[in-house]
Design a protein around this ligand. Structure first.
Ligand SMILES: [Fe+2]
Ligand SMILES: [Fe+2]
Length: 230
């Protein structure tokens, strides 16, 4: 089937994740168009496009700017990677980064609130959502690292897989909702006029955290976890 026909088929009767799995680079395009590809990977593509006020023709035009999957960077095609390799990537690139970055951002929030009394209220609101996210993510990472990843590395199905994976996916949804709230409140982490170097690093760090978590959740929800449910 021709690439255009496949995309049309996915649009008509497939899910957001079907398009992302077809070419991992489509994920970035969809995210730029405002389509949530991680927690929202399971929604019908057509419905997601309607909500984003996008026609099929507009989507097709955007996707044409992306390299074909065959010329994509090797290793970026996680759908074909082993559990072992995918888990190692998630641990190194995402879990380790979060464990380092969350306390660093927390420190920037505290410094920013202390230094900018005129903007303390908006910073405190952001910090409250960030703290909820921080507190939720640590036990989530622990659960994946202790109970899910070791079993999946051996290509075994985790005990009580469906229930555990549903729990992890629900936790991803909670994290995704908090990020969306933070992203909207800051208009995509736009650095405010009053920003000192700390506030600048805080907003840049939050933008990086947001993008990283989207890829992280996409890899787990759309590629790794479905393997435990087969
Ligand atoms: Fe994870
Ligand atoms: Fe996760």
């Amino acid at each position: 089937m021709k690439n255009d026909d496949e995309i049309r088929n996915i649009y008509e009767c497939g899910l957001v994740r079907d398009l992302v799995l077809k070419n991992p680079q489509y994920r970035e395009t969809l995210e730029k168009l405002g389509i949530d590809t991680c927690c929202g990977g399971g929604q019908p593509l057509k419905e997601a496009m309607c909500r984003a006020n996008m026609t099929f023709e507009a989507l097709e035009k955007e996707l044409q700017k992306v390299m074909p999957a065959t010329t994509a960077v090797p290793g970026a095609d996680w759908q074909r990677a082993s559990n072992e390799l995918l888990i190692e990537y998630i641990l190194q690139m995402h879990h380790a980064a979060l464990r380092e970055e969350l306390p660093r951002l927390n420190m920037f929030f505290k410094r920013a609130i202390a230094a900018h009394s005129d903007h303390a209220e908006e910073l405190k609101k952001m910090h409250a959502d960030f703290s909820t996210l921080h507190a939720a993510l640590i036990p989530h990472l622990d659960l994946e690292e202790k109970e899910i990843f070791p079993v999946m590395r051996k290509n075994e199905i985790p005990k009580d897989a469906a229930r555990r994976i549903r729990q992890l996916e629900d936790e991803h949804t909670i994290a995704g909702n908090l990020l969306r709230k933070l992203n909207t409140a800051t208009t995509g982490y736009r650095i405010p006029e009053y920003a000192c170097p700390t506030v600048k690093m805080l907003f840049q760090g939050m933008a990086k955290l947001d993008a990283g978590l989207h890829e992280h959740i996409h890899l787990e929800n759309n590629i790794l976890f479905p393997r435990a449910l087969r």
